[in-house]
Design a protein around this ligand. Structure first.
Ligand code: GLN
Length: 311
């Protein structure tokens, strides 16, 4: 791939990066012990256009684990395989207004939405594959198609989360008791931990986002990954539920369907325009990257990327 180094877009991203780099505050997540080793100063931004052009500034080669940013993509796999109605017999579509690890189940026993842990573990349990043992391989391969390259698991982060992720196991058991998780809780949670531990760069996030933003075709490889309908459903759920208990504030100030993760990544998909990835590990109270949120606020403003912007 050839990044477009002389484009004015690079200038805009550089300016935003410089302005936002000075922001302090936030804390690196450490409840997954391995994540505590992250460099709090690492900061990169990447954008990929609807035509597949890449623009990258800052620490763009830096690898980190995708964490919750895997959730919309696994949701897309489940919707593609089972259809929207079947998926939503198992998981709701309402913003929870609660933290990502909340015990958030609706009156029917379904997790509130597929972007919080409880709902994401259920979504993972729904993914079908030729053999149950191959389910994670299916997830890894589709996320790789979204990114346009083979993604691999960071085994240290995976091990660290599987040794400590008992709250996620508890959420899985509540969903099993509610009759919405399919198969074994431990199998679902293991595959969920593996999907969260897939290693990416900001450019990978930007390509994944761009694939959703253009309706399911990876603009870099030219391959269709999911249907246009599935891409739209995924963007819808990201726009209502992608930023946890800050989804409303995000809609007001940024207005781009997005998903954040505890390692400090944010993926944002501006329909028809750009896919963006930002990485900076210190998180705010809601678990969203402090610099990532600020950078996307500015980008949305500077480029009129808010989805309710009048043409
Ligand atoms: N693997 C993390 C967890 O389940 C993902 C959470 C996140 O990124 N918000 O706790």
């Amino acid at each position: 791939y050839s990044p477009d180094e002389n484009s004015p877009v690079i200038g805009v991203l550089e300016k935003i990066r410089e302005e936002v780099a000075g922001l302090s505050g936030g804390r690196v997540a450490d409840y997954i012990p391995e994540l505590a080793h992250a460099d709090p100063g690492a900061f990169g931004i990447a954008a990929v256009s609807a035509h597949g052009r890449s623009y990258c500034v800052g620490d763009t080669g830096h690898a980190f684990t995708v964490q919750s940013i895997s959730k919309p993509f696994v949701y897309a796999i489940a919707v593609e395989q089972l259809g929207l109605d079947v998926v939503h017999e198992h998981v709701g579509a309402e913003p929870s207004g609660e933290p990502f690890n909340a015990i958030s189940l609706d009156e029917r026993g379904r997790p509130e939405n597929p972007m919080i842990n409880a709902g994401a573990i259920v979504t993972t349990s729904l993914v079908e594959s030729a053999a149950p043992a191959k389910r994670f391989e299916r997830i890894r391969s589709v996320l790789s198609e979204f990114a346009g390259r083979e993604l691999e698991v960071d085994e240290d982060v995976y091990r660290s989360e599987t040794e400590t992720g008992h709250r996620n196991r508890a959420l899985g058991y509540l969903s099993l008791a509610g009759g919405v998780l399919v198969g074994s809780v431990e199998d679902a949670v293991q595959d969920y931990f593996r999907q969260c531990a897939l290693s990416v760069t900001v450019r990978d996030l930007a390509v994944m986002a761009a694939t959703l933003a253009v309706g399911g075709v990876n603009p870099v490889t030219g391959d269709r990954v999911v249907s246009q309908r599935t891409a739209r459903h995924t963007l819808s759920i990201m726009s209502s539920c992608g930023m946890y208990d800050r989804a409303g504030e995000w809609g007001l100030r940024v207005g781009i369907p997005a998903k954040s993760g505890v390692s400090g990544g944010i993926l944002a998909a501006a329909p028809g325009a750009f896919g963006v990835g930002v990485f900076s590990p210190p998180l705010d109270e809601a678990g969203n990257s402090v610099r990532g949120v600020a950078a996307l606020e500015r980008l949305s403003d500077d480029y009129d990327l808010h989805m309710l912007q009048m043409p």
